[in-house]
Design a protein around this ligand. Structure first.
Ligand code: MSP
Length: 508
């Protein structure tokens, strides 16, 4: 039995959940579910990033305390993830006392190890990024990400000696080629290290909404410094060493490429400075774009991105939860940028879900109803379709293990296509009740049983419904993937037709 600790970034509470944040979270959830199906011990962490100037300003604008504002806005994430069937094991909020404990313990270690010093920082700062820039990084004097004016900051800060870690980071990358994946993103992180690392300021005196620096009153930790530590807070850093030792070597951080520098450079250096190993794996994915603009930041000259139109809730209402999950996992290879469009989503829905999967389920149930008295026959001991099912399980497993959900689903759909072809080749709707008919239908039902396992990480509700309709226990126990080929459809149970799983969406 393996172990799998998977994390999403903790999302800023200032933005409502949208398709971009759903993309990361659904990917993490599918991976977590796949590992549970493999019988692995899984810890899946997500949460919200609640400190910093942005939250403070938003709270003031609404006339409430930052905590009250964070409480209200974090709720939107609980709601969205519930709607998307996200099975996180823990949801961390950085305003929680447990986080203060871990942040103070972690940074005190860095302080005691001599990697912090006090100095005055002067330079341009983007409040939306919560990040300092050098004058050279600005584009026409504006923030390069938000195209918004920056503010000139001058503060006495505590600095982290990031520059001391250049060689150690390069050595770490060399010794751990899979520390950051995919390779293109690894090279990006390496390029950043090789271009020279400057020390970074990690505290602020200008704001109060943050974790207090234990050794210097009046300072709070800079929001990014506190945020990264969430991954350790959740496994008990500073209070439960055993739990840290249990999970940390199996950690996988998933995020999009704009925060690679924080995760693949700062964070491992911080860990080294605190005397612990860097996280096991940083998995960087691309951006979902709408008309070429990154979703989720209201930016760009046109301002044409209507986030409310593509909120997870509206998509789930229009397409159903599993269709949304499927599209997010299937359409864009993890690591690439992808264009998000309702047209592409509708096309996938109609082709893959209505025509292929939905049709297969309906056809099998119809024939069992009309020709087998509504009772499913047992799977034949061996068949070409069973061989295909075994090969598909192996192929999909390799893809999931390789963090390639789109490939896992692509191969899963080969079994669905194979089962449909099997029905067309044998035309059981033309056969008389016979042992031969039973073998054809038992074979198809067995394929559906395997399909219900294959699709479970991506489409858990559909998996359960398919299983229920073919007379199996809807719940797949942990480890079900590992027994998928030794088990078989035993037959003798009622098969139910039901409504179409994915009614076609009319296209204009
Ligand atoms: N709070 C920081 C993260 C701290 S982690 C220690 C932050 N929050 S965020 O709310 O801006 O979320 C950024 C993350 O949301 C991205 O890294 C990515 O995981 C996800 N995405 C936001 N928009 C996205 C797209 N348009 N496409 C893909 N992922 C998107 O940064």
């Amino acid at each position: 039995m393996g172990r799998f600790y998977v994390t999403t970034p903790i999302y800023y509470v200032t933005d409502a959940p949208h398709v971009g944040t759903a993309y990361t979270t659904v990917n993490a959830d599918a991976l977590a579910r796949w590992h549970r199906l493999c019988g692995d011990e899984v810890l899946f962490l997500t949460g919200t990033d609640e400190h910093g100037q942005k939250v403070f300003d938003a709270a003031q604008a609404h006339g409430v305390t930052p905590q009250a504002w964070a409480d209200q806005t974090a709720q939107r994430f609980f709601d969205a993830w519930k709607l998307l069937d996200i099975t996180y094991d823990d949801f961390i909020r950085t305003s929680e006392p447990r986080h203060t404990v871990a942040v103070q313990a972690f940074l005190s270690r860095i302080y005691e190890n001599g990697y912090l010093y006090k100095d005055t920082y002067r330079g341009p700062y983007c409040v939306a990024c919560e990040d300092y820039y050098t004058p050279e990084q600005l584009v026409d004097g504006l923030c390069p990400v938000h195209h918004r004016p920056v503010v000139e900051m001058s503060e006495e800060n505590w600095f982290f000696r990031l520059s001391a870690f250049e060689d150690r980071l390069l050595a770490y990358f060399a010794e751990h080629p899979d520390f950051t994946t995919p390779p293109t993103k690894r090279n990006e992180a390496l390029g950043f290290i090789k271009s020279g690392l400057r020390d970074i300021s990690i505290t602020r005196t200008s704001i109060t909404w943050g974790v207090p620096v234990p050794w210097d009153e009046g300072h709070v930790f800079y929001v990014w410094y506190d945020a990264l530590i969430n991954y350790l807070t959740a496994i008990g850093f500073g209070v439960d060493d055993e739990m840290v030792a249990h999970w940390w070597p199996y950690s996988h951080h998933i995020m999009a490429k704009e925060i690679i520098r924080f995760h693949a450079v700062w964070w491992p250096a911080m860990c080294m400075a605190a005397g612990i190993d860097p996280p096991h794996h940083v998995l960087v994915h691309g951006w979902l774009l709408v008309g070429g603009e990154k979703l989720g930041k209201t930016m760009g000259a046109s301002g044409a991105i209507q986030l409310t139109e593509i909120s997870p809730a509206s998509l789930v209402a229009d397409y159903g939860v599993d269709a949304v999950r499927y599209y997010l996992l299937r359409e864009t290879p993890l690591g690439n940028d992808g264009e998000f469009s309702l047209e592409a989503m509708t096309a996938r829905y109609n082709t893959d879900l209505a025509n292929n999967l939905g049709n297969l389920v309906a056809r099998v149930a119809t024939v069992v109803g009309s020709k087998c008295g509504g009772v499913g026959p047992a799977a034949p001991a061996a068949s070409a379709l069973r061989e295909l099912a075994g090969a598909t399980l192996a192929e999909a497993a390799a893809a999931w293990a390789n963090f390639a959900p789109h490939l896992a689903l692509e191969s899963s759909w080969r079994l669905i296509a194979g089962a449909n072809a099997h029905l067309e080749a044998n035309a059981p709707w033309k056969m008389e009740p016979s042992a031969e008919l039973d073998a054809v239908m038992g074979d198809a039902l067995e394929a559906l049983r395997v399909v219900s396992i294959l699709i479970a990480p991506a489409m858990p509700a559909t998996s359960a419904e398919v299983r229920r309709r073919i007379g199996l226990d809807p719940e797949l126990p942990d480890g079900a993937w590992t027994t998928a080929t030794t088990d078989a459809y035993r037959g003798g149970v009622r098969v139910e037709k039901g409504e179409p799983l994915f009614p076609r969406i009319a296209t204009g």
